[in-house]
Design a protein around this ligand. Structure first.
Ligand code: PA5
Length: 436
């Protein structure tokens, strides 16, 4: 059987050699053991390690809840950050869904008005997701959409078409759900937002979009077996973590995740949140950036090839295509492309990837390649767990707590103060003094 995921570090060797990677095996093993035995920083937030297995217990309840959305023509998934990105990443990577819409991930009236006009005349269901239950963006979106739905179909019907995913017992969303009688699912206390794609946060909307959540968990289970292995020389997550950590130590301050398929755009967005929020603290961490190739080779390609050499590139490549396209012959051959006639477009894309990787390596942009054999629920489940464990190991190597996000609070507090929220009067006065 082909490997679901393989890691190719051959184009990194001029910066980080295999010997250097091996010399860090014991550090990575210690980091991994501290995660598995819950002895490191942030050990209250390690519930994600067992999720591929523990989440299975909830699959039938989640599938049942998803069934009630079968009769809807549109389902709005309301959430932001960890309560949004894993959902969208999975749905888009698996081919997208005309049925699922997103809200609560920004505050633009234009975006909202567009959504409302798309929902008009449709039978709409809502999935509202907020771990804290107090985040402004989804709270505002839910208020608008809930009242809109109640106005359209009446309170009783609306209530039946709403599911809330939130904390077990606290927060405004939990209180509201109890009071209004919404069906609810729990985001476990010990799983942070960016690690929550395999909880009901991700599983319910993904199931409502018609994708197979059991296979997603099966893929993550296979990854857990490989990525929790303390035989780190065979552990792809440990090797990726060491490689990027050593690249960082050698002056690479930005890691660019590059994909070659537009459907992976949101996988990169999910990845950026995972690494940005986990490692970007205490003045350290690689800045996670992303490009969609070959599109961005015509915009960012110049910088990647010849700009500041503080970059590390990680190419996310998928081997199989669901349905290929063969390039046709044209009698006139105006563009001189007949030499490609009969070739598959996936093969052309692969040559673009290979050409890019070698050009970048030769231009002193070291390249790591993460190769998936296919793009389906199973391989995505594998990929998520691989990146999560690698992030946890790499954050532990950096010496920070990979599971908190104190920096996210700064803007939230200022915004509450500026909006006039109760309890933020002092901060509002300070901001006024600063001329805000
Ligand atoms: O990773 C995180 O914790 C954040 O990005 C949150 O997911 C985001 O702020 C949304 O929070 P909540 O689910 O509490 O509304």
């Amino acid at each position: 059987m082909p490997q679901t995921l393989s890691l190719d570090l051959s184009y990194l060797q001029e910066l980080v050699t295999e010997q250097e990677i091996e010399s860090y095996y014991s550090h990575a093993q210690n980091a991994l053991e501290s995660l598995l035995h819950k002895t490191g920083k942030g050990s209250d937030f390690l519930g994600w390690i067992d999720l591929p297995f523990t989440a299975e217990k909830q699959v039938s309840a989640i599938k049942k809840a998803a069934q009630k959305f079968e009769k809807c023509d549109a389902v709005v998934s309301i959430g932001i950050g960890g309560s949004y990105l894993g959902i969208r990443s999975t749905i888009e990577a698996l081919g997208g869904s005309d049925k699922i819409h997103y809200a609560g991930n920004q505050l633009s009236p234009t975006g909202f008005n567009r959504l409302i006009s798309q929902l008009s005349g449709k039978k709409v269901g809502l999935i509202v997701i907020s771990k804290s239950g107090t985040t402004t963006e989804p709270a505002v979106a839910f208020r608008i959409l809930k009242l809109w739905l109640e106005k359209n179909v009446g309170k009783k019907k609306a209530t039946k078409r709403i599911v809330a995913i939130t904390d077990r017992e606290k927060g405004a969303l939990k209180d509201m759900s109890n009071h209004e009688g919404y069906e609810t699912f729990v985001i476990p206390d010990d799983v942070g937002g960016r690690y929550s794609v395999l909880t009901p946060v991700g599983l319910l909307p993904i199931a409502a979009a018609g994708f197979n959540i059991s296979k997603l968990l099966k893929g993550a289970q296979a990854a857990a077996k490989d990525c929790n292995s303390t035989a780190v020389h065979k552990n792809p997550a440990a090797r990726y973590a060491i490689a990027r950590y050593l690249a960082f130590k050698k002056g690479k301050t930005t890691e660019v995740l590059a994909n070659f398929r537009p459907e992976l755009h949101y996988v990169s967005e999910w990845w950026k949140q995972l690494y940005g929020e986990s490692e970007g603290k205490e003045g350290t961490g690689l800045f996670p950036a992303s490009v969609d190739l070959t599109t961005d080779l015509h915009s960012m390609g110049q910088y990647l090839q010849q700009g500041q050499r503080n970059l590390l590139e990680t190419i996310l490549w998928v081997q199989k295509e669901k349905k290929d396209i063969v390039i046709p012959r044209d009698k006139k051959d105006w563009e001189g492309l007949n030499f490609l006639a009969g070739k598959k477009l996936s093969w052309v894309n692969e040559q673009a990837m290979k050409g890019t990787a070698v050009a970048h390596r030769d231009g002193r942009l070291p390249v790591i390649r993460v190769v998936l054999d296919d793009l389906n629920e199973y391989s995505l489940g594998y990929l998520y767990y691989f990146f999560e464990m690698a992030c946890a190991i790499s954050g532990t190597l950096l010496g920070i707590n990979p599971f908190d996000q104190p920096g996210v609070e700064a803007y939230k507090k200022n915004m509450f103060a500026l909006l006039g929220k109760k309890g933020f009067e002092e901060l509002a006065a300070q901001l006024k003094e600063k001329g805000v």
